[in-house]
Design a protein around this ligand. Structure first.
Ligand SMILES: [Zn+2]
Length: 382
């Protein structure tokens, strides 16, 4: 870059063209000057850019930063509710088999198939079977969420209908149905898998999906049968109880004395006063007996069911020369869905969700269980 005489070689010496020209002249060395100028220009631009960036950064810092938007509070997760024997992960539940007297780990939906098979006649309409599947699943799921079967520690549910829900195993299906077992299983499995994961909710809570065999034409307000008034367990018309399930129970006087004294000795009923000792005192608008006088005491109408093995609390009584005759309509407690009525509605074109919403006032059908992943369809029994 630097020549021997100290001149920067941006300019090359111009050769004097005659002797008079002593003065050193130079010509511009454009080949070197231009790239150098270009580099200088580039550096200048870079400097400007840097200055600008620094200024803008300082300006940005000077502007007060807005408060960070708080993370939206996550909706209360329901996963906790599913924490039962890793149910969320495995979708298996420990079921206490009261016949075998042991705990069995079952696929949840396969268990529901066994419940529907035991709780509803398989000949019922497919839409009624679906409604039953949702009710049975809801009932079981609610039980799980509340810590499982109260009578059998460690069990989510048990197979005893007096405690949880009835259940029929594959082996007992074969015993009961013989050659039709496979076909019946598939019919039930279809209803269960078509509604897989669906449960009844009321205002976001799992509903208490009570059901009974036959309402007698009118279901009952929950508080008239049990302690609590449940907003979705209201008495409703059940117009398609076809055929209506009825029962006639005749009890001789001496038999009646014995049966009443076995349960209510303080009623002081004897063979001398029995003819006037039993009296229906009040009846609910549904037709179910509210109170009965038994000798010296008064009991609620449904309690007479256990004394005389009546199928429901919807009964009338006549006194004959030899005893009492009870005319009973319906079968079961009368709260929630009537299975017989559900079948009737299905035969009249109602779908399972319409049936459920009819019997459970104001409920929604949610598929919460599906959020946890899919359960493989259980393999047919036969
Ligand atoms: Zn139980």
């Amino acid at each position: 870059m630097i020549a021997a005489d100290g001149y920067i070689l941006l300019f090359s010496r111009r050769i004097p063209y005659n002797k008079n020209m002593k003065r050193k002249t130079y010509r511009t060395n454009w080949k070197l000057l231009l790239p150098l100028a270009a580099i200088l220009l580039l550096l200048l631009v870079l400097l400007l850019v840097m200055v600008r960036t620094v200024i803008s950064m300082r300006t940005a810092k000077a502007v007060p930063t807005p408060e960070p938007t708080p993370e939206p509070t996550p909706a209360p997760t329901r996963v906790d509710l599913y924490a039962y024997y890793d149910f969320a992960e495995t979708q298996q539940i420990p079921v206490y088999d009261h016949r075998e007297d042991k705990l069995v780990l079952m696929d949840f939906e396969a268990y529901i198939i066994g419940v529907v098979g035991a709780e509803m006649p398989v000949a019922y309409h497919p839409e009624a079977l679906k409604a039953q599947a949702v009710a049975a699943r809801t009932y079981a799921f609610r039980k799980i969420l509340r810590g499982g079967c109260a009578s059998h520690p460690g069990a989510a549910c048990c197979t005893n209908s007096k405690c949880c829900q009835a259940y029929i195993s594959d082996a007992r299906m074969e015993e009961r149905w013989g050659d039709a077992a496979g076909m019946n299983y598939n019919t039930i499995a279809e209803a269960v898998m078509a509604t897989r994961g669906q449960v009844l909710c009321y205002q976001g809570e799992i509903a208490d999906a009570m059901f009974h065999a036959c309402s007698g034409g009118q279901t009952e307000n929950s508080e008239n049968v049990y302690a609590n008034a449940v907003p979705y367990l209201r008495g409703v018309d059940s117009p398609y109880e076809e055929p209506m399930r009825t029962q006639t129970v005749a009890v001789g006087f001496s038999d009646a004395v014995e049966k009443i004294n076995a349960q209510y000795p303080d009623a002081h009923v004897t063979k001398d006063n029995i003819q006037t000792a039993v009296e229906i005192q009040s009846v609910y608008p549904s037709g179910r007996v509210k109170t009965v006088r038994l000798g010296d005491i008064e009991i609620v109408g449904k309690k007479l069911r256990t004394v005389f093995d009546l199928q429901s609390a919807m009964y009338t009584m006549e006194t004959t020369e030899s005893g009492f005759v009870f005319h009973v309509k319906g079968y079961g407690h009368g709260v929630g869905m009537s299975q017989n009525g559900a079948n009737g509605m299905a035969q009249h074109g109602y779908t399972y969700d319409q049936i459920l919403k009819h019997y459970y006032t104001g409920v929604t059908i949610e598929d919460d269980l599906n959020r946890m992943g899919n359960t493989p369809a259980p393999t047919p029994a036969v």
